[in-house]
Design a protein around this ligand. Structure first.
Ligand code: MIC
Ligand code: SF4
Length: 649
């Protein structure tokens, strides 16, 4: 039987297990990436594991999320990261050089290689045939030390692309269409493999827009085969030697399949406040728009900003609509500036920003109260923009720019007809990707060779072994699709505590209930209760580490997002699955007791656990975990587990 492209790459990297759907496999990692808000924990844990040198082919540390350095704590984090990169042997991309995914794509991404990153959008270079996966920071630290990365073998789903995109429809509309069909949990434990005649009509940056936002489907990864377009793209970066041809076998068997006819697509938009609230733009025409933002790791490339610049050439945006362009990389910025496009945008009224994640996680350009913001980003979770009751829509750069020109949501096809002289800008690559040559410090020529830790950078707390008795209050009951932004928000006033867990923990779940952290500290242990897809969104392991620090013992949820579930194991929290009826019946404040010797049951492979509620009724909960995960959990998390293993020789 032939192999899928995913199976071929996994096979090449397999160190444990077999490629059978649902079975745990261990794979070798070639490249890792990390960024400033998850990277400090990565290196602190690398150090705590007693590791002293990067073992992967390549490791890259980016400074991209909090580049405005509002507080000395952010700046100290960046200094620490530079010193860690220098000390342990990683590339260091300086603050302002751009978003990890964009900069990685422009400099290091390589077909056929595996990439593990402590950011949920790590799958971006899947657009050029790299098998890239997002994970918590501790898994990245272990991989960087030469350890395998473990996942359950995902289902491989074939997305067959046919036809070609019509004018004004874009790659963003392809992935919005996927979200419309499959929802934000439709991709959990799946890898989407794009094939079919439609692939060749898409350039690499268009493909990476699709693979980037596969994360919003909850997918483990997304990948395209390689072809002339991939080779050409790498050549424009001066890296044609990295090209390898990668195609699935003709008789490859997929777990599932769907077809998208690109020629049927039209401009789409995700309404507030979930990326899968997708409708045709024409259905929401006429909504007044206060703010338009172009940028992020989804649509912040040279090729994404150029269409906006072309649409704006010789025009003005509406006086009551603000338009901000935040490029994904300094290289993109430098190229646009050298070609004069930055000046065109500025003349049209654009507020041009540095290359950063920034506004995507509520840092800067926070929308006004009761206002509408149209963004080319990938997430519009409620409150993520920095204001609680936000109205953030997600769309392509073309739709965003049309809104800035008109001052309201408009289908760009209708705007073009109205204006009479606005052409569809199309999609164009630069002749050569050149610029920002001074912004990556190589491991061969580091700035520092010793760790520099500011006063806000503390140790990573450890948890004790799992107890025999697990009992406590259901401290918080939450609904479906709770995001890691709910658990640990990323906004400016909170982000500076990412390396200070005691302080950061004070903000745990504050967006759901501001008394939660104190209640958790006051009670001796306790549980969280949630609906479906608990912990979707980011890879931030703080969303497991902070509840652990507050004494939370476990989470009872109808289902979990993949990365968050792995993070719960890594920090020793018991993730139990419960059914919908039991979920309905449990109330916040109920007494929860996991019957049995829990530690023993976890180690021995027990799958079903009896949970007694209020000493009154019982439910059966499931622990879906591999032997490896059970050992980690029982030992109190991966750090304690690894130390214990090292101590026992
Ligand atoms: C995000 O988009 O939410 C982030 C900020 O990039 C996170 C990482 C983090 O929390 O630092 C992600 O997606 O993993
Ligand atoms: Fe940065 Fe936003 Fe991309 Fe996360 S989703 S890496 S915050 S641009």
């Amino acid at each position: 039987m032939g192999q899928t492209l995913t199976e071929k790459i996994l096979d090449d990297h397999l160190v444990e297990g077999e490629l059978e759907t649902g079975e745990e496999i261990g794979i070798e990692i070639d490249q890792v990436l990390t960024q400033d808000t998850t990277g400090t924990l990565v290196w602190l844990q690398f150090e705590a594991l007693g590791l002293d040198e990067v073992q992967t082919e390549l490791a890259a540390q980016y400074c991209d999320h909090q580049t405005y350095q509002f507080d000395f704590k952010n700046t100290d984090d960046h200094r620490f990261l530079r010193s860690a990169a220098g000390t342990f042997g990683a590339y260091f991309s300086r603050p302002g050089n751009g978003i990890c995914h964009n900069v990685h794509k422009e400099n290091f991404a390589a077909p056929g290689k595996t990439l593990l990153g402590s950011d949920s959008h790590t799958p971006t270079p899947g657009g050029l045939g790299q098998l890239a996966i997002g994970s918590g920071g501790l898994d990245v630290a272990v991989a960087m030390g030469g350890g395998a990365y473990y996942i359950d073998m995902p289902e491989v789903v074939n997305v067959r692309l046919e036809g070609e995109l019509p004018e004004w429809a874009t790659a963003k509309d392809v992935i919005l269409e996927m979200l419309r069909r499959l929802s934000v949990k439709g991709g959990v434990n799946k890898i989407f493999e794009y094939t079919g005649p439609g692939v060749e009509s898409l350039s690499v940056p268009e493909r990476t827009t699709i693979t980037n936002m596969g994360t919003e489907l909850g997918a483990t990864s997304s990948i395209f085969p390689t072809d002339e377009k991939t080779e050409d793209y790498l050549a424009r970066q001066g890296r044609e030697d990295k090209y390898v041809e990668l195609q699935p076998d003709e008789d490859a068997e997929y777990d599932d399949q769907l077809t998208i006819d690109l020629s049927d697509l039209e401009p789409l938009i995700a309404e507030p406040s979930m990326p899968d609230n997708v409708v045709p733009v024409s259905e929401v025409e006429g909504v007044d728009v206060d703010q338009v933002m172009i940028g992020s790791c989804t649509n912040g490339g040279y090729e994404d900003i150029l269409p906006a610049a072309k649409m704006l050439e010789g025009r003005s945006i509406q006086p009551d609509t603000e338009m901000i362009v935040a490029p994904g990389s300094k290289k993109a910025s430098e190229m646009l500036a050298r070609e004069g496009w930055t000046a065109e945008m500025m003349a049209a009224g654009v507020n041009y920003s540095e290359a950063t994640c920034g506004a995507c996680i509520g840092i800067g350009h926070v929308p006004g109260s009761d206002s509408v913001s149209l963004r080319t980003f990938n997430r519009n979770f409620e409150g993520r923009s920095g204001i609680e009751d936000d109205n953030v829509y997600l769309c392509s750069p073309e739709v965003a720019t049309a809104a800035a020109i008109k001052g309201e949501i408009v289908d760009p096809r209708n705007l073009a007809e109205e204006l009479g002289d606005m052409e569809a800008p199309g999609f164009e690559l630069p002749d050569a990707y050149e610029g920002a040559e001074n912004d990556i410090i190589t491991p061969d020529d580091p700035v520092d060779d010793d760790l520099v830790k500011g006063p806000n950078i503390g140790d990573v707390p450890l948890k004790d072994e799992l107890d025999a008795d697990l009992e406590g209050e259901a401290l918080l009951k939450m609904e479906d699709n709770i995001t890691t932004d709910h658990i640990i928000p990323a906004t400016q006033d909170i982000l500076m505590y990412r390396s200070n867990i005691p302080k950061l923990s004070e903000f745990t779940l504050s967006r759901v209930d501001d008394s939660f952290a104190q209640r958790a500290l006051d009670s001796d242990g306790g549980f969280l209760v949630a609906g479906e897809n608990y912990g979707q969104g980011s890879s931030r392991e703080h969303a497991a580490l902070c509840p652990m620090y507050l004494g939370i013992e476990g989470v009872l949820a109808q289902s979990f997002a993949r990365i968050h579930k792995a993070n719960l194991f890594n920090f020793g929290l018991l993730p139990l699955e419960i059914d919908a009826e039991d979920y309905e019946q449990i109330e916040q404040g109920d007494d929860i007791e996991v019957v049995d010797d829990v530690a023993e049951a976890v180690r021995s492979g027990q799958e079903e656990f009896t949970v007694r509620v209020n000493d009154d009724w019982e439910l059966t909960a499931t622990l879906d975990a591999s032997e490896r995960e059970r050992e980690i959990l029982a030992d109190g998390g991966k750090l304690s587990h690894t130390k214990k293993k090292a101590d026992s020789g």
